[in-house]
Design a binder for this molecule. Structure first.
Ligand code: DX5
Ligand code: ZN
Length: 228
């Protein structure tokens, strides 16, 4: 299970979708220097989600820098035909692919396909999808991603009922399976999200919306460390 090998107990994952793309390389370098090692990369197709976001061209530009520093790239596929994109993401430098349960009738096939391409694999589910359905779809996956916003855009507000969904999800998965949360993470709610059971926590605007990314990243990390 590659995800458990990548994880240092709990991870804050910068979501590159929220970056300033005129300064992407510098921003990634700052975050690597601050200690970030798992980078979240949102691919939206303009169909499953409203916007077209970023894709293999951008992924290929940042992957070498991240890999050289010992980091990995977690690709969140907000698309209707995820399997088509697996080899494209692998070829561009992705290390893991997460597809949405809502678009996959045979998730076990998609999971096996990702594994055959030596990719880590996760299953994501939207606020309107039941935890039960997500758990059923995720058999054999490394990770389950509980969306705490409706996917599509960075900078939305955290949906508070996500906390009980995270708790329910955590209680139903094997401990080796990583629970990831994406959407609306702030310094104020990151600890509650972790305490509810998330160990991979994606943060977009909470990191990139600030002038000093380095400090913004470390502030989130320290918020989690402060309960030790
Ligand atoms: C949105 C993406 C998220 C987004 C998170 O659909 O999946 O990864 O970048 O951004 P914030 O943390 O600002 O909600
Ligand atoms: Zn995402």
């Amino acid at each position: 299970m590659p995800w458990r090998d990548w994880m240092r107990t709990v991870e804050i994952e910068p979501s590159l979708y929220a970056a300033d793309f005129a300064h992407l390389g510098d921003q990634v370098r700052h975050l690597l220097n601050a200690g970030a090692r798992i980078f979240h990369f949102d691919v939206g197709d303009g169909h499953f989600v409203e916007p077209v976001t970023i894709g293999p061209v951008v992924l290929r530009s940042v992957a070498p820098m991240i890999h050289q520093a010992g980091g990995v790239i977690d690709v969140h596929l907000m698309v209707t035909n995820p399997e088509h994109h697996f080899p494209l993401m692998k070829e561009a430098g992705g290390d893991s692919v997460t597809f949405h349960a809502e678009v996959c009738d045979e998730p076990w096939n998609a999971i096996a396909l990702a594994r055959s391409q030596t990719l880590g694999v996760g299953v994501a589910f939207n606020p309107g999808t039941s935890v039960q359905d997500a758990v059923a779809a995720s058999l054999g996956a490394d990770l389950v991603l509980c969306m705490s916003i409706h996917p599509g855009y960075s900078g939305q507000e955290f949906m508070h009922d996500a906390l009980s969904r995270i708790r329910e999800l955590r209680s139903q998965l094997h401990e080796r399976v990583v629970v990831q949360v994406d959407g609306g993470i702030t310094q104020q709610n990151v600890r509650a999200v972790h305490e509810a059971g998330a160990d991979a926590i994606v943060a977009g605007s909470a990191i990139f919306g600030r002038e000093d990314l380095n400090r913004a990243y470390l502030r989130l990390v320290r918020e989690l460390a402060s309960d030790d």
